[in-house]
Design a protein around this ligand. Sequence first.
Ligand code: UDP
Ligand code: MG
Length: 318
Amino acid sequence: MKKVSVIIPCYNEAQSLPLLHVELCKLADAEQHYEWEFLFINDGSRDTTINELEKLREKDARCNYVDLSRNYGKEVALLAGFDYVTGDCAVIMDADLQHPPHVAHEMLRKWEEGYEDVYARRKSRGKESWLRKQLSLAYYRLLSKSTRIDVLPNVGDFRLLDRRCIDALCQLREQSRYTKGMYCYIGFKKTFVDFETQDRVAGESSMSYRVLVKLAIEGLTAYTTSPLQWATGVGLVVSLASFLYAIWVIIKTLVWGEPVAGFPTIMIAILFLGGVQLLSLGIIGEYLGRVFNETKNRPVYFVQSFNGDKYEKSRKHH
Ligand code: UDP
Ligand code: MG
């Protein structure tokens, strides 16, 4: 019998978990020809998520949970999920039921057809502010212009991955993680199903603008070095322009003389060049910071316990 796992990263999801479990049971009952595993990753929640997970584990042996030693963020929680998951394929979904579990039926059919990465495409983006929607769309345009790898808009972490994809993702162990780009990077046979984003059942979204901006910079700097090239490009254009302007000033002074001290021009040139230099330094700094973090070569996360057991080592990768 093939085994299907569900990976669920959880951060302060105590209220959503019982509701989610009901839905997961419905899903598994309708697909009894598979063995099921529900793998929850507790990403250092500050509420009673861990107690809920203990309760679920007691009730239902299909539930497993990994308790991380602190809050690492969703991207790292997913890596822990890939390390610990045991299924022949895994469906990744959010704990807040924004990703309706019944969509997994359709994903499993596609998997049986031989697809290795079945992603769910949002038909609408659900309740989200207009500004957030526009910013997100503009970001994806920028990203797809500057990379050779296509990162799809309106596609998130809700997807089914074959064992081959999971094993591939386990090998990508960088500290700064942008999982959405990684799915594209690893390749394999992809297809999609459509779904309608639901509203969060309980609790609050923990993805603030600050977290999203951080993730956006991660996405750009992890997948392209083109911002470095933009800096070079802008630098070249500005230098060329200043050079031509300088020649013009010299000729003008020689021919007509220079009655007024050119305060405005000097100020403009200084400020503009200063700005360009700072921008370029900032871009270089972003990359340098990443090199610094990666060279430390630390484990990406630490585990407090697996199913409540401190010493259990069921993960295959290090
Ligand atoms: N999440 C996590 N660690 C975090 C933040 C979020 O594991 O530091 C999980 C969260 O429990 C949920 C999923 O990631 O299952 C998506 O988070 P959220 O609903 O807050 O984001 P949004 O849906 O608003 O993008
Ligand atoms: Mg959510």
